[in-house]
Design a protein. Structure first.
Length: 301
């Protein structure tokens, strides 16, 4: 029940449940106006709050995405640190292998992977400019390592070239051969006098294939009263090889040959007591022991 007095206030009669009595509530017009205004403001504010909530959701999603990116970056940095440690270890080994002195202190001291904290905090802290030091440090360090490996690549190629022109294999087909006379002093098989044998003799069947022990050029071929049919190969300015007592010469003067290529056949020509190869290595004008060059000698001789 609603009544209105002279003051234009409103009285609302509300019954009390189960008592048969009622109570009155007086509402002044100003309260109704304030309630209406609050209701209107609330309704009008709904779009604003919706936009604000949407904007907050976008920011939360953006931060979540950045958090995932940071976690991925930290994981990548840890992986990079572990791999750089292995790369730097290889770098040190290669320096030792090629006899290169350690890089000067201050250039690579304290580099990534050489110890220190196991976490990545040192790479996640910002410097006074607001930048991550790892952003400039890691690329520079990787460039340094890349430069080192290019240097090692050139050295390896040079070493491979040297190996290609170094007589380091047995220059004979390896079937049924044995060392019949070594390098050094021995009794001459004809005169029985002690003399220096500046080569090794590899005995085998007549006609056994003789191969080039390294890349080179045929410097000279011919026949000698003592060596019989022979071949001289030049492998470098310092190293030459000589093959004597051949039954056949399969190359010509000036011909380029490659390691493993057939150059002749074993024989008994010249001053020889049986079928064998007289094999000699000359370095800087002096005969050296071929067994010090042959890498596979222990298996076949």
């Amino acid at each position: 029940m609603l009544n209105m007095k002279a003051t234009k206030s409103y009285i609302i009669w509300m019954p009390k449940n189960g008592t048969g009595k009622s109570r009155q509530i007086i509402i002044r017009p100003g309260y109704l106006v304030a309630l209406a205004i609050a209701l209107i403001v609330s309704v009008l504010s709904i779009p604003f709050f919706q936009n604000h909530i949407f904007s907050l959701n976008q920011k939360i999603a953006f931060l979540d995405n950045k958090s995932r990116e940071m976690k991925a970056e930290i994981s990548n940095l840890r992986y990079l640190k572990q791999n750089l440690a292995r790369i730097e270890d290889k770098d040190r080994q290669l320096n030792e292998y090629f006899g290169i002195e350690k890089m000067s202190a201050g250039s690579n001291e304290g580099l990534l992977g050489q110890g220190g904290a196991s976490d990545m905090s040192e790479y996640l802290e910002l410097d006074n400019t607001g930048n991550n030091p790892a952003d400039s440090y890691l690329p520079a360090h990787l460039d340094s390592l890349e430069s080192d490996f290019k240097k090692f690549e050139k050295l390896l190629k040079a070493k491979e070239t040297i190996q290609d022109y170094t007589p380091n294999i047995i220059p004979v087909d390896k079937k049924g051969i044995h060392l019949s006379s070594g390098f050094g002093w021995r009794a001459n098989p004809f005169t029985k006098r002690k003399e220096f044998h500046a080569a090794i003799d590899i005995a085998g069947n007549w006609g056994t294939k003789i191969i080039a022990p390294a890349n080179g050029i045929v410097l000279k071929t011919g026949h000698d009263k003592r060596l019989g049919n022979y071949i001289v190969l030049r492998h470098s300015e310092q190293i030459k090889t000589i093959f004597g007592h051949l039954s056949n010469v399969a190359v010509k003067d000036g011909e380029e040959i490659f390691r493993g290529e057939k150059i002749g056949l074993m024989g008994n020509s010249g001053l020889s007591t049986s079928s064998h190869l007289h094999y000699m290595i000359v370095k800087d004008g002096r005969a050296v022991n071929p067994l010090e060059y042959i890498l596979d000698v222990s298996e076949k001789l």
